[in-house]
Design a protein around this ligand. Structure first.
Ligand SMILES: [Zn+2]
Length: 245
């Protein structure tokens, strides 16, 4: 009997630990694009979380005809009309996709992700995804097909829900700028190291950060090496954690 009690107590502790860790469980999905014959293709994705526009990056993309997928929030769209106009003037370069309405992580339990409060419930994740899509529709953009949540981390149940709404979820394979917090040199090194099939993530909303300078240097290095750039809509994206299949 005592042995049984001891055992059931251990089971209870184990169950508690499992449910506690499930509540906290988050994933950071990856994304690659399918390889193609030639000197290699990479997809550049840039997040516009909020704040302003890094015109160093925007100008370099236009001047060098580098296509990019821009993940914009409702907040950013509201305050960056001039940049949106430049992007819309170059539809062959820029694909605008859904980064959420208010830049709230798509995590459906209450927790903090890199210091940002998560959506905290399935309803709040839904509101974040749908308000991001609505904000794009209001500017006259085509309906988004891809979603990337704030911080690029998700609870698995939120991934399933977002897929049901019809969006693919954009992970990445190269963290180019470490949330825009890296120096120019390290950012340039990471981006320049991209290989065929990689999906790069960096930021286009931090004009005062050194990382933006590194983004430009890294992209020009890739271009010099003969790699071509594609947008997510123009390539077959393959993600893990059920994000694209
Ligand atoms: Zn963001």
């Amino acid at each position: 009997m005592r042995l049984f009690q001891k055992h059931s107590c251990a089971v209870a502790i184990w169950l508690w630990a499992v449910s506690a860790s499930n509540a906290q469980l988050r994933v950071e999905p990856t994304l690659h694009i399918k390889a193609e014959a030639g000197s290699g293709r990479v997809a550049l994705t840039l997040d516009a979380c909020g704040g302003k526009t890094d015109t160093r990056i925007l100008s370099a993309l236009v001047e060098n005809k580098i296509p990019a997928t821009i993940f914009v929030t409702g907040i950013w769209l509201k305050h960056n009309a001039a940049a949106v106009e430049i992007m819309r003037a170059h539809p062959e370069l820029f694909e605008l996709e859904n980064h959420g309405g208010r830049h709230v992580p798509a995590v459906d339990t209450p927790q903090r992700v890199y210091g940002i409060r998560s959506a905290g419930s399935p309803e709040a994740v839904l509101a974040e995804v749908e308000s991001g899509a609505t904000a794009l529709a209001v500017t006259g953009e085509p309906a988004p097909k891809w979603f990337r949540g704030a911080t690029a981390e998700y609870s698995p149940s939120a991934i399933a829900m977002i897929r049901k709404l019809g969006f693919k979820i954009a992970g990445f394979s190269i963290n180019g700028d470490g949330g825009s917090l890296l120096g120019a040199k390290e950012t340039a090194r990471r981006i320049a190291a991209a290989k065929d099939g990689d999906v790069i993530i960096a930021h286009i909303n931090q004009p005062t950060h050194a990382a933006g300078e590194g983004v430009v240097q890294g992209l020009l290095a890739l271009k010099d090496k003969g790699l071509t750039f594609v947008r997510l809509d123009d390539a077959d994206g393959v993600g893990n954690e059920g994000t694209t299949d």
